[in-house]
Design a protein around this ligand. Sequence first.
Ligand code: HEC
Length: 122
Amino acid sequence: MSKYLGVVFAFILAISFASTGVASADGASLWKSKKCKNCHKMTAKKKVGPGLAGVTKRRSEAWLLKWLQDPQGTWAANDAETQELKKWAKGADKRKKTKMKTPKISEAEAKELIAYMKANGG
Ligand code: HEC
């Protein structure tokens, strides 16, 4: 019986390792397929958009989830965190629209992307 439990435990461990492996690989491929890479660096350096170094610390998880799924709507809703973002570039606060355009992102994909940014200094 205890031998059997050991096997079951090893199996569960193997599955959890395998799934975390898949999760980070997903984040990296989403980073490319959702075009993030075209406009952002994970350093403090600007590209088309702000450098994303430390972004998961300066913005809340809830805001990031909203932003990634609906940048235009979040920009228009103009909550406190969006107002902070609007200070990133001169004149950004005057724009009616954000320049961030991505393919459609689901909530699950947004979570993957946030985890990916967090794991890479973002
Ligand atoms: C077409 C260029 C473009 C693409 C593609 C793009 N972004 Fe952005 N992103 C921007 C711009 C520009 C801003 C700042 C808002 C503005 O000035 O309109 C921004 C803002 C952000 C912010 C907020 C930064 C902060 O300091 O609060 C995050 C987080 C972010 N983008 C993540 C992503 C992720 C993840 C992807 C891929 C799913 C992505 N962006 C794709 C241009 C882009």
